[in-house]
Design a protein around this ligand. Sequence first.
Ligand SMILES: [Mg+2]
Length: 299
Amino acid sequence: MAARVAWRSSRAKQRPEETIKADRNIGREASGRLRAERRPRKKSRGARSLFHAWPEVIARLRKADSRALLLDFDGTLARLQPRPDDVLLATGARRILRRLALSKDLFVAVVSGRRLGTLQTMIGVEGIHHVGLHGSERAGKSTVLGKRSRQDLLRAKRDARSKMDALPGVWIEEKGLSFAVHYRGARPAIALAADLILREILAPTRDTLRILQGDKVWEVVPREVPGKGVAVRELLQGLPDKTAVMYFGDDETDEEAFTVLPGQITVRVGKANGTRANFYVRGPSEVLRFLVLLEKELQ
Ligand SMILES: [Mg+2]
């Protein structure tokens, strides 16, 4: 990991080409009511374009004793689709991940809200570290819920199914230690109804459950689920202090990871404002483009 890498400065002039419109936080737009739990935020000055800052990024990577590449999956490595089961990792992305995972100069991990087994199957690359369910599922380690959290989660799941499954465009995804309420296909009035129902269901469980806002999805998770910030800290344990960390993510859940990586190469996918990341790219194809550049520089 400590080996120096021959970086080529000829990549410094690369610029983004693709425009992908960010489509976030529809629940709040639709209803203005249901809100994922948030910490108080520092006023953001906006992230900088990763490609515009390329010379600086390269310089940081060159100076580091080691390098870590951490990636969210949905909306970051792979394009979002109407249903999670329809999301696919492009062949080109898998190929580049496979090569990066073989690099002795790079630690590679994917940190996702998906189940660990699903994530491993969808990525299908050996040598990558996987963390599922927002930090609660990782190889050889899994969060065990306390009795009250378990009971509250079961009750909330049951109520959500019985009260929301019939709403057009709304569906419940079972995720073991959590569940997700998807409303991508719902009209705003229906999303508003779902918002009200979910708030009512969760009102008695404030101490045990919380909501994570995704892209047209509310995920209900126990507070005992550590979150991506804790997951990232755990992943980086054992790496040298002067590790340059690159973290790419497109969701509010990724903001927790950005928070624990101040001064690192944190990259929000899909938007430049309202993020704690230091840089942004416009979509998964720009993430892939970065990976290609990174691999070329690592050679
Ligand atoms: Mg995502």
